[in-house]
Ligand binder design. Structure first.
Ligand code: 5GP
Ligand code: ZN
Length: 146
């Protein structure tokens, strides 16, 4: 952490408690910026969480450098998961807000090994969209990129 907002932890956040060592975890990796640890409610064997060492609720309010550290960490952990389990695939998932089923409000990235027949329902069918509507939404979102 060399620039930008200094790291900050919260008293009552469960992931900040894990970062401070007040709650145990099965640690996978730790460096100056991130902690990776096993999810205790795994949706697949080898489900790992990667968190920045900075308390911030979600991707909308987290400084970009911490978002970058969290996703870079997820990339490293995905490599390790691939080497360890050789799964058929890996989902990297990150939830923001209740509508996205976020349940812990400290930014975190899920690294989830997948197998062809694991029955997880994160998949969606590829149904061609309305190109006109897609194009219009692209323009609206593009206008809000800051
Ligand atoms: P979310 O639903 O917010 O995307 O993901 C939160 C994740 O944190 C869940 O998958 C849940 O199992 C995990 N989790 C919640 N509390 C703990 C805990 O105390 N220790 C660990 N290792 N994982 C936790
Ligand atoms: Zn926190």
């Amino acid at each position: 952490m060399k620039s930008g907002e200094p790291p900050r932890l919260e008293t009552n956040c469960i992931f900040c408690k894990i970062l401070r060592g007040e709650i145990p975890c099965f640690k996978v990796h730790e460096d100056d910026d991130i902690l990776a640890f096993m999810d205790i409610n795994p949706i697949a064997p080898g489900h790992v969480l990667v968190i920045p060492k900075h308390h911030s609720k979600d991707i909308l309010v987290t400084p970009a450098e911490w978002v970058g550290k969290a996703f870079a960490g997820a990339g490293r952990i995905a490599q390790a998961v691939q080497k360890t389990l050789n799964p058929d695939g890996i989902n990297v998932v990150q939830a923001n807000g209740p509508g996205a089923k976020q349940s812990v409000f400290h930014l975190h990235v899920h690294v989830i090994p997948r197998t062809m027949d694991d029955g997880l329902t994160m998949n969606w069918d590829l149904v061609p969209g309305d190109m006109d509507a897609i194009g219009k939404l692209a323009e609206r979102i593009a206008a809000n990129v800051e």
